[in-house]
Design a protein around this ligand. Sequence first.
Ligand code: AMP
Length: 209
Amino acid sequence: MTRLLLIGPPGSGKGTQAARLAETFGVPAVSTGDIFRANVKNGTALGLEAKSYMDAGEYVPDSLTNAIVHDRLQEVDASGGFLLDGYPRTAEQVAELDRLLASDGTSLDAVVQLVADPDEVVRRLLKRAVDQGRADDTEEVIRHRMALYEEQTAPLLDIYGARGLVTKVDALGDVDEVTSRILAALAERGIREPANKSAESVGSSESVA
Ligand code: AMP
């Protein structure tokens, strides 16, 4: 039973590391950004509503975001733990997640903070814009997303820090190396991968989402 949360600025490699950690711990990676993108792609009502916010680099309203996480965490694969990537991003989302977990009698085990230099993450995101053609990756939108992260999401680290849950990891460098740093930091807190899993099951990826 591992319940983890990954927080870091856009371009810090959150998505890549989330997928690897989820695989290692045998839990689903729950990414609100991925859920929104899948809905945009499939043209659902949720996708239509989320798209204008995403294209502008704004946060999707808490009510909508909280509702999708509520549904996702009730799915059977999340009953044995999960790794949240990109949620919560606001204090109101923290409150909702607290309520969701408390209603199950559970709580988070750790919050991994990915630390990255702002200039470096902007450079990475501009490269991804070229490689993947993401509409939310123009320089202006990227700068806005960074500012929003600082204003709305970085303060969550104080909330979780006060609960003694935050572990900081340097997010710059080789993807494998960053994964190893995260695993080492979690092991220090007594959070280890299940015995039947091995680090070798972790795939490699160039993505920085
Ligand atoms: P991401 O892939 O996590 O960077 O998310 C892409 C976009 O989806 C963000 O820029 C937001 O517009 C939206 N989004 C993802 N997660 C959240 C969240 N927890 N709260 C609000 N908006 C979100």
